[in-house]
Write a protein that binds this ligand. Sequence first.
Ligand SMILES: [Cu+2]
Length: 144
Amino acid sequence: MERREFLRIFGSTTGLLVLSSCINIPENTMGQATAERAGPQEISIKADEFSFKPNKILLKLQKPVSLTIINKGKIAHDLKTGMPIKDLEYQQADNKNGTFDVDFEVGHTAKLTFTPIQTGDFPFFCDIKGHKESGMVGTFTVKA
Ligand SMILES: [Cu+2]
């Protein structure tokens, strides 16, 4: 049976420790990438009331993704997806069950890496009550 990790970022107070530890990760700069080997796919998503921008994300199969999610809104948000992934990394992520939870409160930024392991279209959404219905939805499209 294939290993299937479940990506989940959400806005509860339980993840505060995780996010605050993540703030020390340096930003990637445009200049660094060229001098190094081909790095991960760098993806940045902004969340607010009530959308993700962009909300159509193209990913390459088996290529590591560096995902930054910025809460630009005035309330907490989260991002949840069932996209099959491996090698999920986040500061103090709880990987035991192939899940992790991070704080995604107002003004916070979440950063993580993972590798998509299956092609297809995989929806993501904010699972705070009512937000998905209000438009906080998107799609990860994984191509070979
Ligand atoms: Cu939301």
